[in-house]
Design a protein around this ligand. Structure first.
Ligand SMILES: [Zn+2]
Length: 153
């Protein structure tokens, strides 16, 4: 009943379904504020550029993974090795970041590109000059694979 009364008021949060391109990984997340008011992070660091991220940051408690979706993810780690860059091992879709205990609360950074039925042109973005501001504040693209050792540096 309270939800009926709330429909005419401004919504404080919104719930969105998303997943990878092939459907192997699916999830739902609740964002506060909801997407029309959310400032989606558009960062120019080398990871965000190469992995195609446009990020929103739900708390882990506001994310529901369907069919053990988190366990189905493949993970790419670099630099601090404390965060997982999550992607689908079947179709290669770039999903977002699992920050684990990097912040006080466990949060994810999900790319809004993974959400179903979203028009990217209708969202609001906040730019971050991450290539200069996010440590190690340099362009890491193409410098992490050790060609001699045939492994990640
Ligand atoms: Zn997939």
């Amino acid at each position: 009943m309270s939800t009926d009364a709330a429909t005419s008021e401004k919504k404080e949060s919104g719930t969105y379904e998303g997943g990878c391109h092939c459907g192997y990984i699916k999830f739902a997340m609740t964002l506060s504020p909801p997407l029309p008011e959310y400032k989606v992070l558009n960062c120019n660091c080398s990871a965000c550029s190469h992995l195609g991220y446009l990020l929103v940051y739900p708390k882990a408690t506001d994310v529901v993974w369907h069919n053990n979706g988190r366990e189905r993810c493949s993970n790419y780690v670099f630099n601090s090795k404390k965060k997982d860059q999550m992607f689908c091992p079947k179709c290669g879709s770039s999903l977002g970041i699992d920050f684990h205990d990097f912040f006080k609360d466990h949060v994810y950074g999900f790319s809004v590109r993974t959400l179903y039925g979203i028009n990217l042109d209708e969202l609001n973005y906040k730019k971050l000059d991450g290539v200069k501001l996010v440590q190690p504040a340099e362009d890491l693209s193409g410098h992490i694979w050790d060609e001699e050792k045939q492994e990640m540096k």
